[in-house]
Design a protein around this ligand. Structure first.
Ligand SMILES: O=P(O)(O)O[C@@H]1C[C@H](O)[C@@H](CO)O1
Ligand SMILES: Nc1nc2[nH]cnc2c(=O)[nH]1
Length: 387
């Protein structure tokens, strides 16, 4: 069988079956067929790989390509199965952006223009709907809806309970945009990509980020269905050296070293507490610390005990990197967790103490009315204060 190399962004891997598929594996190089074209070769800069020049491209076009030697990767098959040599410059650029970990300012600007021009609105408040909380976007009036897959260079949602639409419209008089579906690290997206829409929101004109999530309650005082207003977080992925701000910093978004104390706006937390009282649900409202783990697995008892010792009240798989990105570009942040399950912190054989996504979705569905009312009332206050 013919040998091959699959470029994986960290070097290349030799083999005769399967592929080593890194994030940047859209290029592949035939070892025994120097006429095959690589992505670098096609796209110019940095493209002078041994045995792969633009002459090779001509050879490939002329039909000397031995397709049996190509190991297709998911990325290589993008573009209706066309190989990269046949992709137009526009398709190639889109493909590169999809494969990149970071998005240049200009690309974010293009996405923001697409949304503001397409909707005819410049939203002031951005909402990220947590698992099962998509109904937060359903209460938006006169909505203009953008399916993620139709937004240029936008990722797609892959998780149940995350519809994959951006909804722009008005809520309590304010112009808002809501992500009905967020991107998670466990879906395979790097953190910068997970939180890229926050930068899109910023360039659309958004000043306030409302981030919501479904989370497991670690604090023993929390009951299923309670709402925890986030006043701080523990960035576990950050402890492991991962951040949405990794890589070159573009000062048009914010500083290289942003401070994160006071990330969660105290005025908005206090207003939300007042609103909770007015709604008669003050006993279900708490203020606490959230932590995001990478997922998709839920936590072990030992992990939950460790988180509790660190002062974490609720644990999830999102939000923290969105908040970091929002604070980096100086947005005001309000965030809450809907407690969808109680996390067990003692060993037990009881099956019903295990977290599961169906339960998460069911609780979110049951509590969506209260969550929508809290968000709507808070937006009304922000809007009337600025009018
Ligand atoms: O998107 P969020 O953080 O609300 O969703 C949480 C984390 C996982 O995606 C899911 C697990 O049930 O709920
Ligand atoms: N990591 C994590 N995410 C959740 N999302 C909803 N519940 C949970 C949970 O218990 N743990």
């Amino acid at each position: 069988m013919t040998g091959y190399k699959v470029a994986n962004g960290n070097g290349t891997t030799n083999g005769t079956n399967g592929s080593t598929n890194g994030n940047k594996s859209a290029e592949y190089i035939a070892q025994e067929n120097p006429t095959m074209c690589s992505r670098d070769c096609c796209s110019g800069p940095g493209g002078s790989r041994k045995g792969n020049t633009c002459t090779d491209k001509k050879g490939a076009k002329a039909g000397s390509l031995n397709t049996e030697k190509i190991i297709p990767t998911p990325q290589s098959l993008l573009g209706n199965g066309k190989i990269l040599c046949e992709i137009t410059p526009e398709e190639l650029r889109a493909l590169r952006v999809l494969n990149e970990d970071t998005y240049p300012y200009e690309v974010i600007e293009e996405i923001a223009d697409f949304i503001t021009k397409g909707s005819g609105m410049r939203p002031k408040i951005g909402i990220i709907c947590g698992s099962g909380l998509g109904s937060l976007a359903d209460i938006i009036q006169d909505p203009k809806i953008f399916e993620y897959e139709k937004i240029p260079n936008f990722p797609v949602s892959t998780v149940e309970g995350h519809a994959g639409r951006l909804v722009v419209g008005t809520l309590e008089g304010a112009t808002v945009m809501a992500m009905q579906g967020r991107f998670h690290f466990y879906e395979g997206y790097p953190l910068a990509k997970c939180s890229m829409p926050v930068r899109v929101m910023k360039l659309c004109g958004v000043e306030y980020l409302f981030a919501t999530n479904a989370a497991g309650g670690i604090n023993p005082r929390f009951a299923v269905g309670d709402i925890m207003l986030m006043h701080d977080h523990v960035n576990m992925l950050g402890f492991a050296g991962n951040s949405p701000l990794q890589g070159p910093n573009d000062p048009r978004f914010g500083p290289r070293f942003p401070a994160l104390v006071n990330s969660y706006n105290k005025d908005l937390i206090n207003k939300a507490i007042e609103i909770g009282k007015a709604m008669g649900i003050e006993s279900n409202i708490h203020v606490g610390v959230y932590s995001c783990l990478g997922g998709p697995n839920y936590e072990t008892i030992a992990e939950l005990k460790a988180l509790r010792m660190m002062g974490v009240d609720a644990v999830g798989m999102s939000t923290v990197h969105e908040v970091i990105t929002a604070r980096h570009c100086d947005m005001k942040v309000f965030a809450f967790s809907l407690i969808t399950n109680k996390c067990a912190t003692e060993y037990s054989d009881k099956k019903d103490e295990e977290a599961n996504h169906d339960e998460v979705m069911a609780v979110a569905k049951n509590r969506q009315k209260a969550c929508c009312e809290l968000v709507a009332r808070l937006i009304r206050e922000i809007h009337s204060a600025s009018a």
